[in-house]
Design a protein around this ligand. Structure first.
Ligand code: CP
Length: 310
């Protein structure tokens, strides 16, 4: 693997190999007092974030450090980006300084792809940590890892992705990855929060959450992305919560084995009730935990495996 830019078009065999590596790493590190592997000693990984993050940035930093890489965090707000430096010049500067891998989060869809073009000559790997409303591939991989852990194979499993699909890069990456791994994806959202061209995606669409819940193996609640809704959104927050919030009543409609996911950050009380988020059905904390192992696996496949430069 040379870069990880999207799950759209990602070879399912490669995705499975990353998930298998993550699982192996998790078992290797389980119960160890010192969580440190020498795999990426001498490698430099830079996180370059133009948008806020807690989970993704921290877990990439931990992943790199647990594999002995040197990890440097650059946030746009405290870098020369604030003096007007372009993304291209910033990226070339990081490559010239010795980055083997740049992990980028950016508000523009396609930013990671552009970066990979600019850094091709330097041979620097690029990971998309979320670009606009486009993709967030490592989130989908950690979601798939969590679902595999709870449900076994994804083959034939029915997974509902609920809420603000329109603005969600998490939803887009999951649609492509989960369907490539054999799951059936149903999008549950109001018509105003579905993207144009939804009919070309490998999904079915529903507007009725109550009708879908009894037949799913997992339900993935999405964050309502108010920061990408210029001029408010319809339905209102209250209407949204009534129609699409996962509350205690709705949780009772789920099969007993069903898993509840949320990529975070959660808006408790609106998208998901605290009693649901903190229930045994919820795998939200496991998602975060698995995020570290999945990101370790991604760095391994980019920088250390035989196929790293393929
Ligand atoms: N799920 C996710 O991307 O969370 P952060 O924005 O905190 O990284």
């Amino acid at each position: 693997m040379k870069h990880l830019l999207a799950t759209d078009g990602l070879d399912p065999a490669l995705a499975t190999a990353v998930l298998d590596t993550a699982e192996e790493l998790k078992h290797t590190l389980l119960g160890r007092e010192v969580r440190k592997l020498p795999t990426l000693r001498g490698r430099t990984v830079i996180t370059l974030f133009y948008e806020n993050s807690t989970r993704t940035r921290v877990s990439f930093e931990i992943a790199g450090k647990w594999m002995s890489a040197d990890v440097i965090n650059v946030s746009a707000s405290s870098s020369s980006v604030n003096k007007g430096e372009s993304l291209r010049d910033t990226a070339l500067t990081l490559a010239a300084a010795g980055a083997d891998c740049v992990i980028i989060r950016h508000p523009a869809s396609g930013a990671a792809q552009r970066l990979s073009g600019w850094l091709a000559e330097a041979g620097t790997a690029v990971v998309n940590a979320g670009d606009g409303t486009h993709e967030h591939p490592t989130q989908a991989l950690l979601d798939a890892a969590t679902l595999r852990e709870r449900l076994g194979s994804l083959e034939g499993r029915r997974i509902a992705i609920v809420g603000d699909v329109l603005h969600s890069r998490v939803a887009r990456s999951n649609i492509h990855l989960l369907s490539a791994l054999g799951a059936e994806v149903v999008l549950v959202a109001p018509p105003t929060l579905l993207p144009a061209g939804v009919e070309s995606l490998p999904v079915t669409v529903s507007h009725e959450l109550d009708a879908e819940l009894p037949a799913v193996d997992a339900v993935m609640m999405l964050r309502v992305q108010a920061e990408r809704m210029h001029g408010g959104f319809f339905p209102s927050a209250r209407e949204y919560s009534i129609a699409y919030g996962l509350n205690e009543r709705r949780m009772k409609l789920l099969p007993e084995h069903a898993v509840v996911l949320h990529p975070g950050p959660m808006l408790r009380g609106m998208e998901i009730a605290s009693a649901v988020a903190d229930s045994p059905a919820s795998a939200i904390t496991e998602q975060v935990r698995n995020g570290v192992h999945v990101r370790m696996a991604v760095l391994y496949h980019l920088l250390a495996s035989e196929g790293a430069t393929a």
